[in-house]
Design a protein around this ligand. Sequence first.
Ligand SMILES: [Zn+2]
Length: 159
Amino acid sequence: MGADLGDRCVICGGEKAGIPIKEDIIFRTYRKIIHASRILVGKGELNKRKYRLVVCRDDYPKYKKMRSSYVRKEFTYVALGVVFTVLMLAVSSSKLLALAYGLVLTFFLYLLAQISYMPALYIPEEPRPGSGAAAQPSGVPKRNGRKRRKGPLANGRRK
Ligand SMILES: [Zn+2]
């Protein structure tokens, strides 16, 4: 359904097949902002969606780098905001004001991180056992039934 949408790479802009991006809330917000600003400057409405946004195979390594730098930046900025808020709360006599300042600053830092926004892709991230960043409930990873065969069978038959 609607499969006649072409693929367009978000990195190189080329019309290439690739892995589709996740259109999350930040993506949709961006679209709305672009849309609104186009109307504001009299450029008319944003064109109807003609493409499915993807990351092409060639740009995948580049994408990976950009994505991880974005994720890291977002995390760092928000962490800074939280640390600042805690410090403000500790030293300020007006806790409410300190909290308000802290939250505003944290939100501002979060927005700042969105400048380098890079959407996620519709593929599961490689499972990293032992990195306890996010505990995943009820997720016993399925094992692939097929195992890669090593050894002489891979060479096939000789004629
Ligand atoms: Zn590309």
